[in-house]
Design a protein around this ligand. Structure first.
Ligand code: NAD
Length: 550
């Protein structure tokens, strides 16, 4: 009988599998379950509630066993975290093909999914949990850095220096906000009801200072804003009350957003309830708690809309607070946009998205060398330089050393080929894996998030991520995955992933030159098709063939 145990990927150059092409997926599966990386490794849960790396410990053992013996012309098929077959293919084919959590449309609901999961027939794969390319909290920090960078580019001349951001929620994901703003040189005031969440972020270096006194908080952030000095201040308080009070006091706030857990009304603390009363009250009377939470969200969102009326840049950060505030009776809740249509889509139109790589050696020096290579490859990209330099100083690795940065169409392969050369020359001590999040420009259909408000109304069309996966399979990726339900839940998204091993061989270089061009190319294609002019320009400038443009 196999059961929970502590898993950690091997380091160094001794292989357990027959080649690096299978050692790569093996180490990355194990890395997803490393206690430094996974939220609940005993249950095989990597992140995002219940996102798992394998269906059961028996399935995990069978995947490991199979990868250790898989040949260079064989392909392992994984069905929702369980290995189900090995087939003879060829050396250009992926070594692993993965399908996670997929259900036929009419059955794609949480209750039906949970019923099937309880029968042992499926598993929730999230995005990078079941596809073995999660790299810990660096991913959310970089995504948040990118969003605030895009806000800076759109509205503030490329920097947040001299601006003040107001936000709520300093939890698991929201806790990346203060560091992401200061890395963009801005000042941020972040409000959380729970002092322990703020304390934890101060201890980890994500938040500079905290106070429970609103006058003190205002004085600190205004001083820093006036000096154009980056600073993050946490304020213990209820965002509904604090946002309204700051509006009334006409504090000069430039940017407003929120990452309290508004998507779940029982996880948003209404005004008038203390943190100590929270759990019991939510459990004993969920209905009236929900009503009170929505009323408070309505008050908070009203303040956000009025900040926008007064000229601030305001956006919803993917937590459904607009929808909840509307249910709470506030009818202008949708007066400000979601963050994807507002800031991320212009990047998606260029094929830009969360490119990432991990060092199979386990040696942080390998990532330092790749950081240097990235700076040399893209010397003119100031935003990228800011991220890579500060990430090198401030990001603590969790599990295998890894790096993420946003690169676009006809950029990613330059990095991939350079890395492969560095493996071949011995400059890196072992191969790298190169992949990305499923939240990318051409690989996701998710109408509440990544594909909200597409220009042509194609939000729910899911052919695009399927074509992306097929093309990556045809182009030489090492493992390819098709998932349902990641990010926003069952019934709400379909998305695909790819990872490629750079083992320093000439064959790997040929595959990289195709995969890392084609994969972001599908993002440009998708946005050309939806009618985004910038995508059309990128296709024409960088040589992407789109038949309907010819
Ligand atoms: P979390 O539960 O870890 O943290 C939420 C925080 O909000 C907690 O610290 C809690 O104390 C605080 N909070 C609750 N009610 C409050 C109130 N009234 N005033 C002030 N603080 C309050 O959640 P998380 O993982 O940080 O995620 C936050 C939200 O962001 C979720 O809704 C999540 O779905 C969303 N999210 C969106 C994206 C995206 O699309 N970019 C990514 C990640 C998370």
């Amino acid at each position: 009988m196999s059961g929970p145990r502590t898993v950690r990927a091997a380091r160094g150059t001794t292989l357990s599998a027959k080649s690096w092409q299978t050692e790569g997926p093996l180490r990355m599966l194990m890395n997803n379950l490393d206690p430094e990386v996974a939220e609940h490794p005993d249950e095989l849960v990597v992140y995002g509630g219940t996102g798992k790396a394998a269906r059961s410990w028996e399935a995990y053992d069978a995947i490991v066993r199979t990868l250790e013996t898989l040949e260079a012309d064989e392909t392992l098929l994984v069905q929702s975290g369980k290995p189900v077959g090995v087939f003879r293919t060829h050396e250009w084919a992926p070594r692993v093909l993965i399908a996670n959590s997929n259900l036929v449309g009419d059955w794609a609901t949480w209750p039906e999914f949970r019923r099937l999961e309880a029968l042992g027939l499926t598993m929730y794969g999230q995005m990078t949990a079941g596809s073995w390319i999660y790299i810990g909290t660096q991913g959310i920090l970089q995504g948040t850095f990118e969003t605030f960078g895009a806000v800076a580019a759109k509205r503030f001349g490329g920097t947040l220096a001299g601006t003040l951001t107001l936000t709520g929620g300093c939890g698991g994901m929201g806790g990346a906000q203060p560091l992401a703003v200061t890395m963009n040189d801005g000042v941020v005031l972040i409000v959380d009801v729970d002092a322990s969440r703020l304390e934890r972020r101060v201890a980890k270096g994500y938040l500079d200072e905290m106070t429970a006194d609103i006058d003190d908080a205002i004085a600190r952030v205004l001083a820093a804003k006036a000096e154009r000095r980056p600073l993050s201040v946490g304020l213990v308080g209820n965002a509904a009350s604090v946002f309204a009070e700051l509006l009334e006091r006409t504090v000069p706030i430039d940017i407003v957003t929120d990452q309290t857990s508004a998507h779940d009304p029982l996880a948003y603390l209404p005004e008038g309830v203390t943190v100590d009363e929270w759990r019991e009250l939510a459990a004993s009377d969920p209905e009236s708690f929900t009503t009170r939470a929505r009323a408070s969200m309505a008050k908070q969102v009203q303040a956000m809309v009025e900040f926008q009326d007064a000229g601030a840049e305001v956006f919803d950060y993917g937590n459904s607070i607009r929808a909840e505030a509307e249910l709470g009776g506030y009818d202008r809740a949708f007066a400000f946009p979601g963050f994807v249509p507002a800031y991320i889509r212009p990047l998606f139109a260029e094929g830009k998205g969360p490119f990432r790589w991990a060092a199979l050696s386990g040696d942080p020096a390998d990532i330092a060398a790749t950081d240097k290579a990235i700076l040399e490859l893209f010397p003119e990209d100031e935003h990228l330089r800011r991220w890579i330099t500060q990430a090198g100083e401030k990001v603590h690795f969790e599990g295998l050393p890894a790096r993420i940065c946003w690169l676009g169409y006809k950029e990613r392969h330059l990095a991939g080929l350079k890395f492969n050369e560095m493996v071949a020359s011995g400059e890196l001590s072992a191969p790298l894996v190169i992949g990305r999040d499923h939240l990318d420009s051409g690989s996701v259909a998710s109408p509440y998030r990544e594909t909200e408000s597409m220009a042509d109304g194609s939000d729910a069309i899911a052919d695009w991520p399927l074509l992306n996966a097929l093309l990556n399979t045809a182009s030489g990726a090492t493992w390819v995955s098709i998932h349902h339900g990641g990010g926003v839940g069952i019934g709400r998204s379909i998305h695909a992933g790819q990872v490629i091993v750079a083992d320093g061989t000439a064959l790997a270089a040929e595959k990289i030159a195709r995969v890392l061009v084609n994969d972001p190319g599908t993002g440009v294609m998708r946005h050309v098709d939806a009618g985004y002019p910038r995508a059309v320009e990128v296709a024409q400038e960088r040589g992407l063939r789109v038949p309907m443009l010819e």
